[in-house]
Design a protein around this ligand. Structure first.
Ligand code: FE2
Ligand code: FE2
Length: 276
C-alpha cells in the first residue's frame, strides 16, 4: 500500500440558509445551479461507495487500511448527511430534486442488484477519481468559491478537502482485493469510462431541469457564462482532463497527484465552520 494519508472522520454541520440556495455562487445563478445539480448525486452516491467498500471489509488484512476504511465510511456518511440537507433546501426552494434523486437511487440499485461486487468497487473508485480531481481543481483555484455565500462555500471546501484526504482508500481496497493483473486494470479503466459517461449524461439534463424550473434555461448569456466557466476560463472541468487521463497509466495511484499540502487548511476550516 502506498497511501500517504490516513483520513479522519469529522462531524461538521453547515446550517445552509435555504433562501441562498438558488444564487449562492458569485458567478451567478447558472453556475450556482450547475454546482447544485452535482449535489443531487452525492447522498445516494456516497451510500453506494460505502456499500461497495463494505462488501470487502473482511478481506482487508492491513491494519492501516482497515483504519482508513473506517474513516472513509465515516466521512462519506457525513457528506451524505450534509448533502441530504442541501438537497432538502433545493426541494423547499421548488426544484424537483426528489425526482432526480429517485432516478439516481434506481440506477445505483440496478448496479447493486445486477453487477458483481468487483464491478461495483470499480465504479466506486472511478467516481472517487472524478471527485478527487474536481476537488483538486476547486482547491487549486479558490476563485471558484470566492465571494460565495459563506455556508455553501464552507461545505464545498470541506467536501473537497475530505475527498482529497480519502482519495486513495477505495482504490487501495481495490488493489488489495483485485491485485495488479491485466483483468484488474481492464476493469478499473472501463468502469471509469462508464462512470464518467453516465455521470455527465445525467448531470447536464439535471442542470437544465434545475434552470428550467426558474425560467433560466433560455438565458443565453447565463448559459454561455457557465459553459465558459466549466470548459474555457477558468475551466473547472477542462483543468481536470490531464488528471483524468493519468488513471489509464498501468501503475497509477491517486497519490501520484500529491496535493496533501491542501490538508493543512482543514483546522482553519473547522474553526470557521464552528463559528458560522
Ligand atoms: Fe464524499
Ligand atoms: Fe469520496
Amino acid at each position: 500500500m502506498n497511501s500517504l494519508v490516513t483520513p479522519i472522520q469529522r462531524n461538521l454541520k453547515f446550517k445552509l440558509p435555504i433562501n441562498a440556495v438558488t444564487d449562492w455562487n458569485k458567478a451567478g445563478r447558472h453556475v450556482t445551479q450547475f454546482l447544485n445539480a452535482m449535489s443531487i448525486f452525492f447522498p445516494e452516491g456516497e451510500r453506494f461507495f460505502i456499500q461497495s467498500v463494505r462488501n470487502y471489509r473482511n478481506d482487508i488484512t492491513d491494519p492501516d487500511l482497515q483504519k482508513s476504511v473506517k474513516a472513509f465510511i465515516g466521512q462519506e456518511a457525513m457528506h451524505g448527511r450534509e448533502h441530504d440537507e442541501y438537497n432538502q433546501a433545493l426541494i423547499e426552494a421548488g426544484f424537483p430534486v426528489d425526482e432526480m434523486e429517485a432516478q439516481v437511487t434506481a440506477l445505483l440499485n440496478f448496479i447493486k442488484n445486477t453487477t458483481p461486487e468487483p464491478f461495483q468497487l470499480g465504479v466506486t473508485i472511478g467516481l472517487e477519481h472524478l471527485t478527487a480531481i474536481f476537488a483538486d481543481t476547486l482547491l487549486k483555484h479558490p476563485e471558484f468559491l470566492e465571494g460565495a455565500e459563506t455556508h455553501f462555500s464552507a461545505l464545498w471546501k470541506w467536501h473537497a478537502l475530505e475527498e482529497t484526504e480519502h482519495k486513495a482508500v477505495a482504490f487501495d481496497v481495490y488493489k488489495e482485493v483485485m491485485g495488479n493483473s491485466p483483468k484488474s486494470y481492464a476493469l478499473r479503466t472501463t468502469t471509469l469510462v462508464a462512470a464518467t459517461v453516465i455521470f455527465f449524461g445525467l448531470l447536464y439534463p439535471y442542470y437544465f431541469r434545475m434552470l428550467k424550473k426558474k425560467g433560466d434555461h433560455t438565458n443565453l448569456a447565463g448559459l454561455w457564462k457557465t459553459f465558459r466557466y466549466q470548459w474555457l476560463m477558468p475551466g473547472m472541468i477542462r483543468k481536470t482532463i490531464p488528471a483524468w487521463l493519468d488513471y489509464f497509466k498501468p501503475g497509477f495511484h491517486p497519490w501520484d497527484h500529491d496535493n496533501r499540502d491542501f490538508l493543512d487548511l482543514i483546522p482553519e476550516l473547522e474553526a470557521h465552520v464552528a463559528g458560522i
